[in-house]
Design a protein around this ligand. Sequence first.
Ligand code: MG
Length: 337
Amino acid sequence: MKLSFEAVTLDLAHPFTLATSSRVSTPVVFTRVECDGLTGYGEGAMPPYLGESHASAVAFLQRIDLRGFSLATALDDVVSYVDSLADGHCAAKAAVDIALHDLHGKACGRALHDLWGLDRSAIPFTSYTIGICDPDTVRQRVRHATGFRMLKLKLGGEYDRETVSAVREVTDVPLCVDVNQGWTDRERALDAIAWLGDHGVVFVEQPLPAGAVDDTAWLRERSRVPIIGDESIRRLPDIAAARDVFTGVNIKLAKAGGLLEARRMIEAARRNGLRVLLGCMTESSCGISAASQLAPLADWADLDGALLLAADPFCGAQLVDGRVMPTTAPGIGAWPR
Ligand code: MG
């Protein structure tokens, strides 16, 4: 097997503003793993809050030597080798894990969801994300978001209630809300969440900072709206601890280190009675197609990352009746444009 990679900056269609940051582009790394005439494609997106960069990803990927592996090697063994090289580097690891899964699927001639025995008809609607902006811009974005059966609003800015009211003037689709750790007072957060519940919000993601464990548990205890952990949850060991704090967890390939770990996290979440949101970064249809293979296992999907780009360098999973559906092509079902 041979690994190659390229660090790329993807431009966003609109500036993307969260409670803690704003950006107009996103760094990703694209990978290829080649073996016996087949090519697997992968991607790892590196939003600033996870601490990875082009430089760290390239330094990590240069350490990987796949020459000793072949299509006869168990996929889990190759992924474990990559994971064992260093702690962290989850987006870079995800880029390799996805390419290895794509290669494996192609060698078997089957889509990953098919290999895993998953039913595409169980895939939930995906939400479409609207970053923090003023109420007029929100109305405009919502009017353009036709084809979505659920919207995700980023809150934690100055106009939270005005934003929700502006959306409700335009549409009555279910909403979910992501605060990205933007609130600090648990009593005010509880009031805000009750108000959001009255306005058709089906869950609230990471209302308080990741370190505010006791306050988040207090909030979940009192909230009738599910509270989902995102920044608090990265890899498998975080799942058991989430049981006492959150209603559910947001699992993303770029945080987990790829498909193998994400599948294990979903299984662990179910064992611990947690609901599952399958999320993404702002990334191309390469990473999104990989994540969509797992979507039948999720309660909610937030796989709109490729739709937020100015130009998508891959094709693959498509929005069909409000759901991001994987293709039936072998592997992750994505290919470069
Ligand atoms: Mg989030």
